[in-house]
Design a protein around this ligand. Sequence first.
Ligand SMILES: Cc1cc2nc3c(=O)[nH]c(=O)nc-3n(C[C@H](O)[C@H](O)[C@H](O)COP(=O)(O)OP(=O)(O)OC[C@H]3O[C@@H](n4cnc5c(N)ncnc54)[C@H](O)[C@@H]3O)c2cc1C
Length: 497
Amino acid sequence: MSFQTSTHSTAVQSGRIRVLKEGSKLSDGNVGPVVYWMLRDQRSKDNWALIHAVDQANKTNVPVAVAFNLFDQFLGAKARQLGFMLKGLRQLHGDLEQNLRIPFFLFQGEAIETIPSFIKECNASLLVTDFSPLREIKRFKEEICKRVSDEVSIHEVDSHNIVPVWEASPKLEYSAKTIRGKITKLLPQYLIDFPELAPPLVKWPAMNPLIEWEDIITRVIREGAEVPEVDWCEPGECAAMEVLMGSGNGFLTKRLKSYSADRNNPLKPKALSGLSPYLHFGQIAAQRCAIEAKKVRNICPQAVDTFLEELIVRRELADNFCFYQPHYDSLEGAWEWARKTLKDHASDKREHTYTREQLEKAQTADPLWNASQLDMVHNGKMHGFMRMYWAKKILEWTSGPEEGLAIAIYLNDKYEIDGRDPNGYVGCMWSICGLHDQGWKERPIFGKIRYMNYAGCKRKFDVDGYITYVKRLVGDNIKKRKAGILMMSGKHKEIRV
Ligand SMILES: Cc1cc2nc3c(=O)[nH]c(=O)nc-3n(C[C@H](O)[C@H](O)[C@H](O)COP(=O)(O)OP(=O)(O)OC[C@H]3O[C@@H](n4cnc5c(N)ncnc54)[C@H](O)[C@@H]3O)c2cc1C
């Protein structure tokens, strides 16, 4: 399908909006409400999709509501990810109603049924959604376009990328080098401050029924208990801003200097921003992070430049890949040279091979790899440097690149709090299939894919120190779980284990 960017007059730049479906009602003067189906931009502030929804509602003198669909199953998300998301949404619900007087509707089940049925029920004329390049979301939107009546328009707003993915490039990009200039050229146009959002002019006729958040969260956490929540990462927009620029230990306020010096040292996880869970669930806008980072560039230019490279170029390159490459999570999506070299070496002899279960249980002969796996299983966020080593070793120890890639994605999506993200698919594809990388000296198993080994890690950081650090972390975690206490939001909360 090819889409036009919007020609409707709006407070949001037209290049940020794609018209997925042009309904007849808007032009007939018989206009119904606006519904914003929120997907991956789960925030009330700094959200272009919400700004567009309110703007369109004000222009046509109709009310606006936010709808969210909780899927029965979404790419295997468990208590860790769903608990974080739902607690963030509970706060968002309060913020929307209290600060913006916008109602929030939570549906459960299949979005292709709940969203069209809500549109019909409230007689909406316009559905606004935010953007995700993942195939499941694309499919839901295509189906919803078919299921709503001809009178309904559907607008998709890229609220996640600073430069909208379709504006940054019209095609699949080869590497950071090929997309960097294109994004940089458009930053003056798109990296602008957000307008202040005021309550919509027209109120929604009746408030929605109460959402039984406690019951929903308790059930979802019970059903996904195989991967329990983590206690180091408080959910929600306020917590996200605190991590970015809080006076206690904010990234830009307190930790920026160590970003250039220590960001590749897994023993210093605090040198990284720690923003990925918030960015993944859209509890903070990358654009807000970039605006605030630029303000402190004079204090630490190198750290800010490196951070912006990751936050903008690398992150938006990942969206470019998933948007334009339908096989973004399989060997088929790799470039020809990488597929060839991996196939040439697929049957090379392996010193060790492990099953998915052995890998999941961290039962390999490599204590460093086991530590990184346990770090992910127990802590829910493996250090960025270790993620590369971890994935490359899976290639080395499995029957071939297809199996290795599938296992890496399975584990990444199951345990990482920021998993099921374009960055995750691209991270695994980079490590195992040489995506966005160049060819290197040919060697067994890896072929021309960049290689990493234990000795290399030893030269870079204190490997034994990292192993000890993870052992302690796992021990503490097990003790906490045994005690049945999880620290949430600064207070102790009983959970069943
Ligand atoms: C095998 C593998 C799997 C990965 N899985 C995920 C995943 O599931 N989810 C995820 O968000 N990231 C993933 N990454 C990318 C990266 O490791 C994480 O984004 C980063 O470690 C998150 O920590 P941070 O926010 O503290 O990082 P920071 O260094 O502070 O980075 C700030 C932000 O920039 C972006 N970013 C940083 N590094 C990258 C990168 N290499 N590619 C794209 N964007 C980047 C992220 O949005 C990140 O939150 C993966 C990388 C690899 C090699």
